[in-house]
Design a protein around this ligand. Sequence first.
Ligand SMILES: Nc1nc2c(ncn2[C@@H]2O[C@H](COP(=O)(O)OP(=O)(O)OP(=O)(O)O)[C@@H](O)[C@H]2O)c(=O)[nH]1
Ligand SMILES: [Mg+2]
Length: 360
Amino acid sequence: MKVSLIGVGQAGGNVTERLARFDADMGFGAVQGALAVNSAEADLQSLQFVDTQLIGADRVNGHGVGADNELGTEVMQSDIQQVLNSLDGRVSSKSEAIFVVAGLGGGTGSGGAPVLVHHLQQIYDVPVYALGVLPGRNEGALYQANAGRSLKTLLREADSTLLIDNDSWHEQGESVEGAFDTINEKIAKRVGLLFASGEAVEGVGESVVDSSEVINTLRAGGVAALGYATEIASEDSSENITTTMTVSRQALLTGTSLPDATEADSALLVIAGDPDAIPRKGVEKARHWLEDETGSMQVRGGDFPLDSDRLGALVLLGGAERSDRIQRFMDRAREAKKEQETESTDHAEQLTDDRLENLF
Ligand SMILES: Nc1nc2c(ncn2[C@@H]2O[C@H](COP(=O)(O)OP(=O)(O)OP(=O)(O)O)[C@@H](O)[C@H]2O)c(=O)[nH]1
Ligand SMILES: [Mg+2]
């Protein structure tokens, strides 16, 4: 799937840079253009692989918005024209989708990404997706509350919001900050493979997955999640039936970007590996299993031919917002919002209203 990427804020820029680099290193050619937008100049200067656009200079003088996501919304609204102009040539006629990438817990990305998605929807015909990073459980009330509002607004604006929980893809015991590099690398690999899987890089065949299957899976809207797992494979496909089942199970049950998200409206199962090593019977079996597990009648599947001695499973879920993980996160965000309001004001009205408001 040919994509254009726009990262907003620090996490957004870092992840976008990693994605663009992974795609180039692997020679996939799925990433058509990449731009990083931020109100913090220093964070933009640390990026080497993507073009950059500073916003909000008149308000915050290049120093970021300090996790004030309402200010993040405002600076994106004020400078939206400059950002859209910078996209000229980076969203090409070949782009099949646009991804706006952001950490949802901070300020610039959290507040700015939903505004940008809103404007892109009015200009471009291709789907506009969000790739959102949720704060880990221990990241503090402000981050949780910010992410709750940002997610709520993104769900309204984006065609689908692919969520990555910062607690999901790092090693046990590693702090979230220390783990950013590890997490970003994993995001780049998994999301990068998803983009590339729709490109049918090598080999063509009926079973090869294409972009429309990714887009149709995401058509369920709401929250999307991505899982991934690999294992060493045998050269003989008939010996890989169990391996195909194992990697598919692991991808969904222990390897997703949103732990415990299994219920979904739609799903896509991509089996990556040497075409001669992919067992048709195993793929069919794994697909049926995925139907049972997600409770979805819309499970698509396909191969991603890759020169590798491993077999990998990539599972994309669409319409996964009913998962416990999302419910728990939303409760956390509402709770954090309530705490903030209790601290800052005693207006009875605000205490009783614990709903998360949209950002705009
Ligand atoms: N996975 C990942 N998460 C990050 C990274 N950088 C920041 N985060 C997370 O993103 C959230 C903070 O958002 P940032 O992107 O730092 O904030 P910002 O959009 O730059 O906004 P301001 O700095 O407030 O202007 C927190 O939940 C962090 O844990 C990163 O490189 N990778
Ligand atoms: Mg920042």
